[in-house]
Design a binder for this molecule. Structure first.
Ligand code: FAD
Length: 434
């Protein structure tokens, strides 16, 4: 079994890993100092593409087109770019044991990797219906989406079951994006979720009503208030029916499940302090263990603006937390320091011709503005959330780059709610001025 030593190891090969590697490269690393270890077979890529462009029937996004860091307009790090920058990219390598006290990681093949500084960037894994013991949930063509291998299985199933029936289990953004992708691929699509409206962790009933009507107009059927309680399969093992808890059943050639994710922290259990389901860090993404950092989906960090600890499973944070950790590591080596992470939560999604962005916190009361008529060919509307007399969150569907920047400013500045009408007008005026 081989043993290798590095000054820095980034464990994980997803979005945070790509952005951390880019930051190391721009600050300068000597050949052989840095390794990225990933269980995936490909270099870090922009994960959000998997539920969007990757599933298009024509002109689909494919690697190397969306390797990190194109998502933020940065340099695209192709597999060979890592080598050129002196970074060792160790792919198809799952770490199965981590000993933070001994500063060593062990792979499934038994190889040992030693480090001086570790950045944990293991991200999340999907929740599976088999974990909940749902009958028949291990049938073929019941699919999930997290990594590129999963996306390839979805593409394969779309091709094998052309124009068939698809059931999407889950009403979050993954469910919404996948339903749209399947519909664009001419599937007869039904979405099933237990909540009273889609995307309930962010959308208000008003916002959700727009998306549900828009989707219905596109031919997506939506069944709310119930869950998939079992599946039956053809003799060849392929799923053919979804049973719902309310007694109904749906024919299905493909089922795609998007019911949530959990952070991959098990390797470090008992070795590092945790908080809110993630690895607890400070404002520089340093964990409770010296020389160990955690970034992206796994980190529970101080969200300075709101004075509390949060874990954020969004791509913008995964990029920025990775950059912050590397900047902090490099600054500390030079005896300096960087500013504390002062993050404005930002999240977006795209499906059909729709595109929304959200900044800030969705707490308190909300106010809708603009034209949320789903029949409008170019719908443009938004919402503000107001808490304790301040605007704390801002959402917009169909906003321009400038409008989205204005929303970010609002969510960051948290103006007094008395000026809410003015803010609404400001966005409207900007919109009409174009
Ligand atoms: P990941 O990108 O998940 O990377 C983790 C990496 O670690 C993976 O390569 C994994 O294989 C590797 N790994 C894990 N354990 C081990 C191990 N033991 N050994 C070796 N390697 C390991 N966010 C948005 O804001 N907007 C969107 O539109 C959006 N769309 C998304 C669409 C999809 C399909 C998915 C799955 C997520 C989407 N997200 C979106 C969320 C966003 O992609 C994540 O928040 C982001 O990828 C988190 O980055 P990360 O580096 O922490 O984790």
């Amino acid at each position: 079994m081989a043993e290798k030593s590095f000054k820095y190891i980034i464990l994980g090969g997803g979005v945070s890993a790509g952005y951390a590697a880019k930051e190391f490269a721009s600050q300068g690393v000597k050949p052989g100092e840095l390794a990225v270890i990933s269980k995936e077979a490909v270099a870090p890529y922009e994960r959000p593409a998997l539920s969007k462009g990757y599933l298009f029937p024509e002109g689909a996004a494919r690697l190397p087109g969306f390797h990190c860091c194109v998502g933020s307009g940065g340099e695209k790090l192709l597999p060979e770019s890592y080598k050129q920058k002196g970074i060792e990219l160790i792919l198809s390598t799952e770490i199965v044991k981590a000993d933070l006290a001994a500063k060593s990681l062990v792979s499934a093949a038994g190889d040992v990797f030693k480090y001086e500084t570790l950045i944990i960037a293991t991200g999340s894994t999907v929740l599976r219906l088999t974990d909940f013991g749902v009958k028949g949930a291990d049938s073929k063509n019941i699919l999930y989406l997290r990594e590129i291998d999963d996306a390839d299985k979805v593409v394969e199933a779309i091709q094998a079951k052309k124009g068939g029936k698809a059931v999407v289990v889950g009403g979050g953004y993954i469910g919404l994006e996948l339903s749209a992708a399947l519909r664009i691929n001419n599937f007869d699509v039904t979405m099933v979720f237990p909540e009273p409206w889609c995307m309930p962790r962010l959308f208000t009933a008003d916002i959700a009503a727009f998306y549900e009507t828009y989707y219905t107009n596109k031919g997506v059927k939506i069944i709310k208030g119930t869950v998939a309680s079992g599946f039956t399969a053809h003799p060849n093992g392929e799923v053919n029916e979804v049973q719902l808890k309310d007694g109904r059943s749906l024919e299905a050639d493909i089922v795609i499940v998007g019911v949530g994710a959990k952070p991959l922290t098990a390797l470090f259990k008992g070795q590092v302090e945790e908080d809110k389901g993630g690895i607890k860090t400070d404002a520089f993404f340093k964990t409770s263990v010296p020389d160990v950092y955690a970034v992206g989906d796994v980190a529970t960090f101080p969200l300075k603006m709101y004075g509390d600890m949060r874990r954020v499973e969004h791509v913008d944070h995964s990029r920025k937390s990775a950059e912050q950790a590397v900047k902090a590591i490099k600054a500390a080596e030079g005896g300096g320091a960087v500013e504390e992470y002062d993050y404005l939560p930002f999240f977006y999604s795209r499906s059909f011709d729709l595109s929304w962005q959200f900044y800030g916190d969705n707490v308190g009361d909300s106010v809708l503005f603009g034209d949320s008529n789903p029949s409008n060919p170019k719908p443009r509307f938004g919402a503000y959330w107001v808490q304790d007399g301040k605007v704390v969150g801002a959402f917009m569907e169909g906003g321009s780059g400038d409008e989205n920047k204005a929303l970010a400013k609002v969510a960051k500045a948290r103006p007094a709610a008395e000026s809410l009408d003015d803010l609404t007008k400001e966005v409207d005026v900007e919109r009409h001025a174009r």
